[in-house]
Design a protein around this ligand. Structure first.
Ligand SMILES: [Zn+2]
Length: 345
């Protein structure tokens, strides 16, 4: 059966990672002793374990009121498919009036939820006060069939959790019904309103090891293990870049940039133009271009390193200006790198 979770299935892989499994087991043991705080903030990058941990905890809490983590009974399986009545996931809703969205479909493979789902055409850009009020109105009810009710917020950062919604939620977090556990997801707790922060106990989701990250990139991007490792290297060890695009062609893009950028900085106008066009077609390649230049700078002779670093900085600055001035990527990249290619810097 197709999952109704708002996340692609690869995002649940980290639940099987030893560090995540240990953390889930520990939390569920504490829950069995009735000492788990009612609101946990699961802190970590999207796709790197926080969603998997939330689903695993939700299954244990709702179905068993505690251990085991990673259980495969029919109840826990229903939590993992997003169809258990005692587990609710609050996320960005489809825009009203758009009946064309198939909620049951698996999200596009490999795409970071905060990138793909938050598109103006399909989803609201915030978690609204109405959504939060409706949820809170339901929370007084006892669990339908399990031990507890669990509410997962796919992000408790503001935005997307709008300020009014956060204020409404806060009243419930201050006096939560005894049968409810809240799991709030956040990449950066500094972007969570202090009032929400102060009502939550932060749980840091353990970072994956290299092999685990490669496994995740392979599942998300449909690459084989060797390609995943190469893709991660191309992204300068930032799995979020690979996962955000979910696109194995990013590896080919990275290889092109490795060849094009040194040529462009050496004054090859055609290479410069191709670099700009490549970033125009695939804007995420900008991050790769900066990573490539930083790597080049690290291995360049001292007299060149400064110039290569300055080119990387120019690209970053140009991207900031581009966003503010609404320029296209090609214009911004050409503007940033032309002085270097022309030998003026
Ligand atoms: Zn179970």
């Amino acid at each position: 059966m197709t999952s109704q979770l708002p996340w692609p299935s690869w995002m649940l892989i980290p639940a099987a990672w030893p560090a995540c499994r240990r953390l889930a087991s520990r939390c569920l043991e504490i829950a069995a002793g009735h000492e788990l705080p009612p609101t946990l903030m699961l802190v970590g990058e999207a796709g790197l374990g926080r969603e998997a941990l939330a689903v695993d905890l939700a299954a244990g809490l709702a179905v068993h009121g505690g251990p085991p983590a990673g259980c495969n009974c029919p109840g826990c399986d229903r939590v993992r498919r997003g169809v258990h009545p005692d587990v609710e996931i609050v996320t960005l809703e489809p825009k009203k009036g758009d009946g064309s969205i198939d909620q049951t479909r698996e999200p596009r493979r490999g795409v970071h939820p905060d990138v793909e789902i938050v598109t103006p055409e399909t989803k609201r850009s915030d978690i609204s006060i109405d959504q939060t009020r409706e949820l809170i109105g339901r929370l007084d009810r006892r669990p339908y069939e399990g031990q507890r009710r669990v509410v997962v917020f796919s992000s408790c950062q503001t935005p997307p959790l709008n300020t009014e919604a956060a204020t409404t939620l806060l009243k419930t977090l201050e006096e939560p019904p005894g049968h409810v556990t809240f799991l709030l997801l956040a990449a950066n707790p500094n972007r969570v309103l202090p009032t929400i922060q102060s009502r939550s106990v932060q749980v840091r989701v353990p970072l994956p090891g290299h092999a685990e990250t490669a496994e995740l990139v392979a599942a998300a991007c449909g690459t084989d293990p060797a390609q995943s490792t190469a893709l991660l290297q191309a992204c300068h060890g930032h799995p979020a870049v690979a996962l955000a695009t979910g696109d194995p062609s990013l590896l080919a893009t990275a290889e092109h940039l490795e060849a094009l950028l040194p040529a462009a900085l050496a004054g090859d106008g055609a290479a410069l133009l191709r670099t700009a066009q490549l970033i125009q077609r695939a804007p995420e390649a900008l991050t790769l271009a900066v990573a490539t230049l930083l790597r080049e700078a690290a291995s360049a002779p001292v007299e060149d390193a400064e110039r290569v670093l300055a080119a990387a900085a120019a690209l970053v600055a140009a991207e900031r200006r581009r966003a503010a001035l609404r320029l296209d990527h090609e214009t911004a990249v050409l503007g940033a790198l032309t002085p270097f290619a022309a030998g003026r810097l």
